[in-house]
Design a protein around this ligand. Sequence first.
Ligand SMILES: Cc1cc2nc3c(=O)[nH]c(=O)nc-3n(C[C@H](O)[C@H](O)[C@H](O)COP(=O)(O)OP(=O)(O)OC[C@H]3O[C@@H](n4cnc5c(N)ncnc54)[C@H](O)[C@@H]3O)c2cc1C
Length: 414
Amino acid sequence: MGDVADLVVVGGGAAGLACAVTAVRLGLAAVILERTDRCGSKLAVTGGGKGNFTHAEPPRAMAKKFDCDVRLTVPLLRKFPYQRIVEFFSSLGIDARTDADGCVWPVRADAAGIRDAMVRETVARGGLVKTGCRVTGLEPGWRIRLADGSIVAARNVCLATGGASYPRTGSTGDGLALCRGLGLATVDWFPALASLRTRDDLSGLAGVTQPMVEMTLLVAGSEPRTATGHFIFAHTHVSGSSVLNLCGHAARALAERKQVVLRVDWVPGRSATELAEEFAAARVGHPTRQLGTFLGSFMARRLAARLCATAGVPVDRLLAHLSRTEQESIIGQLRATEFPITGTEAIERATVTGGGVALDEVDLKTMTARRFPGLYFAGEVLDVWAETGGYNLHFAWATGIRAAESVAASRNGT
Ligand SMILES: Cc1cc2nc3c(=O)[nH]c(=O)nc-3n(C[C@H](O)[C@H](O)[C@H](O)COP(=O)(O)OP(=O)(O)OC[C@H]3O[C@@H](n4cnc5c(N)ncnc54)[C@H](O)[C@@H]3O)c2cc1C
């Protein structure tokens, strides 16, 4: 591949592309080595193909969405507030709109359009994008070994190989082996945003969704964690944004062989007293209405039937005949149904993976490897993950851009 590049970016995903765009704009000779035949395949499927690429939120609030000590991420996020990411994409011709919930999306472009704009800019400014190049080894200096046995030389390397989910997009977890080859400390991959497997057979509820629940993750010996959002019953798993956001914590507890229980409040924001008043009003207004029909105003009928069964109350009980004990039992189920959790969905189907390069090895202000001059990291290959809502892509952009800036600064001696 000719001359020694200033920077070789290993992996042409979200982080690698942001790194390459910034590098070429800063005048660096940059090369992307991407193992698949197309860059940004995972990026192209984000947000259902629409690409929720950041979140409109101040840095400190955003830092709390990451599974990481906020003191480590706040300096990086202060340098890269969401407005800076919006400007970065605006400079590539991608405008943004912000939803009421803070999620930021591209306008007149989709996630694949974001990818295409970054590839175009890299190439237009003289960067090289080499696809079909799987990196199998890194040697300080830097010599980058490819699967075909050839060697690429570079003054600096940015490792941006992503995590280990959706392997058909190219993210097969190579980053861990590459880091271990250098003797860097790593944390094994685990599904961070994924569905959870329940002990009980819930297949009769497959397809049932509840638009807004509050969920608490109970792990023996740990503080309970809560999340809100929608909830979905699949055949062997429970899913939805509320579940995804608790998955990483559940996965870690399960790996430590701790008992994990999900407690779901199906009617968040309503106290037991308010619910008792609603039952009382319904009993007076509709005494001949069946319990299942009444509960149908809160949730799908199949879910209502399951709650009645768990509470031990016949679903066809007339409201007028509902005893106080039965009512309390039903209200208990509405506010706190418990699902013992036995596992997570396979890592291949996780939206985001946890694990990767141990953060002790990295200066998160500059993205440099502490022990290897000229080595940088960006994106999901780092042992950091965040909730859903655009945060994971935000991290990919911020770390990718920062790594390129640091390479340029080291070249300029600043
Ligand atoms: C279905 C789905 C939806 C998602 N939606 C969103 C969303 O809306 N918002 C959000 O913020 N996040 C979302 N994410 C998460 C987000 O896509 C990732 O966090 C992000 O892509 C990580 O970027 P990355 O560049 O670190 O890794 P990746 O995008 O995975 O890129 C890594 C690249 O490295 C390449 N590579 C791997 N190994 C090698 C090697 N040995 N040699 C050369 N190249 C290699 C891969 O082929 C790949 O192209 C979603 C993820 C999925 C799976």
